[in-house]
Design a protein around this ligand. Structure first.
Ligand code: V47
Length: 382
């Protein structure tokens, strides 16, 4: 798999003239010369007070790649269990085993959600859950097989690196063995969750029971070597510094240079409600837009930058399309992780609502599949 590189991008001279930050002018020079941004430039983007200037650079790169197209998928999010022993400080979703509202779906119950999905032409299921202390490895393969049996063409974007490490540890298998078995059972791609923030300091303080950044990256590398594509995320707007955010993006870019299988990056703004960090405010709209725009400029080898409407809200999602994002994730149907932590968006959106959001923001809606291939509406409904 060849990493995709953004070549030199021409930036409208009117936009260049309007830049109000010298450090952004240096970023613009690099982009127009087709040079990579380094840590210094990444930080300059994240720190700039020239929001419009940064947005114009990210929009120029986004437009060079995709014109006015904006992508989304007819999908549903399925959280097979909320039982998890990790107790991460940013998470409002997990429950201890035996808690009154703890749940674990059987593969048959999971398959029913696909059968009863309200989304016409459902194309993908995004499957993630907690690190359940007791589920056997056979549960995960049975889950994938049960979903696939509902619709053989369904893309299954399933199991974060954190879950894969957990199932490998419990089953006494290597991660590569697990991934091979999961692929044989129908796994199409891996979601980007669980990366959190690549910082040893914050790993120790906020999510010490979970794999760290090195391990997260190496599991994605192993998946890529097996031909399994994946996504990448960054959880931001809690206790991380701007340097840590910049470093996270650069480490993802380095990994992509080595193994090339990341399809999309998703910046996840921290939602504080019902978490042990509920005293924090979460990132502002400006912080969110700067982070998305910076990701577009730094991650020159990751094809897609998602504006995850669930966590951004619909209004900021529309704006994010002009700040470097080119993808809206999908219909989702019933989101739980962000909603448990205070997200105020609807649990899901219809295909028509997504298309409307995109059009109203001045872009052209394009449906895609799990591999980011364009899908004709008639094909999808088949
Ligand atoms: O892994 C948990 C994060 C992730 C909170 O790959 C939180 O296509 C904000 O990864 N505030 C789940 N974030 C979401 C995710 C995702 C979503 C959409 C598409 C894809 C993809 C991936 O959300 C978790 C964790 O990193 N998270 N709690 C919170 N309170």
């Amino acid at each position: 798999m060849q990493p995709r590189r953004t070549g030199p991008v021409s930036i409208p001279s009117s936009a260049l003239r309007r830049l109000r930050d010298d450090r952004l002018a240096a970023v613009a020079d690099k982009i127009t010369n087709g040079e990579r941004l380094g840590a210094r430039e990444a930080q300059a983007c994240l720190e700039t007070h020239d929001l419009a200037g940064l947005g114009s650079l990210a929009l120029a790169v986004r437009s060079a790649l995709y014109g006015t197209r904006a992508f989304y998928v007819a999908n549903l999010h399925l959280n097979y269990t909320n039982v998890c022993g990790n107790r991460c400080a940013f998470c409002a979703f997990h429950r201890d085993a035996g808690a009154p509202d703890a749940y674990t779906l059987t593969p048959e119950e999971a398959a029913r959600t696909v059968r009863e999905s309200p989304v016409p032409g459902l194309c993908e299921v995004h499957v993630v859950g907690g690190c359940h202390p007791e589920l056997p490895f056979e549960y995960y393969t049975a889950l994938l097989r049960a979903l696939k049996a509902q619709r053989p063409g369904l893309g299954l974007k399933a199991f974060t690196a954190v879950e894969v490490q957990h199932m490998a540890d419990r089953a006494g298998l290597t991660v590569a063995q697990c991934l091979r078995e999961l692929k044989a059972a129908g796994l199409s791609a891996m979601p980007g969750g669980g990366a959190e923030i690549f910082s040893l300091r914050l790993h120790r303080d906020l999510f010490p029971s979970k794999i760290d950044g090195d391990r997260w990256l190496s599991i994605h590398g192993e998946a890529h070597a097996l031909g399994i594509r994946s996504n990448a995320t960054m959880l931001f707007g809690h206790r991380e510094t701007v340097q840590e955010r910049a470093r996270h993006l650069l480490r993802l870019r380095d990994q992509q240079d080595r193994t090339g299988g990341f399809q999309a990056f998703i910046a996840l703004p921290f939602h504080p409600e019902n978490t042990p960090m509920a005293h924090l405010p979460g990132p502002s709209g400006v912080e969110i837009l700067k982070t998305i725009a910076t990701a577009r400029l730094v991650l020159d080898n990751v094809p897609h930058i998602k504006a995850y409407w669930v966590m951004l809200g619909l209004k900021l999602t529309q704006v994010a399309l002009s700040f470097g994002a080119d993808d809206l994730e999908g219909t989702i149907v019933r989101e739980r992780i962000a909603h448990q932590a205070g997200a105020r968006t609807a649990p899901g959106l219809s295909l028509e609502e997504l298309a409307h959001l995109v059009r109203e923001a001045g872009f052209e809606p394009v449906r895609r599949d799990t591999y980011h291939r364009e899908v004709a509406e008639a094909e999808e409904a088949a």
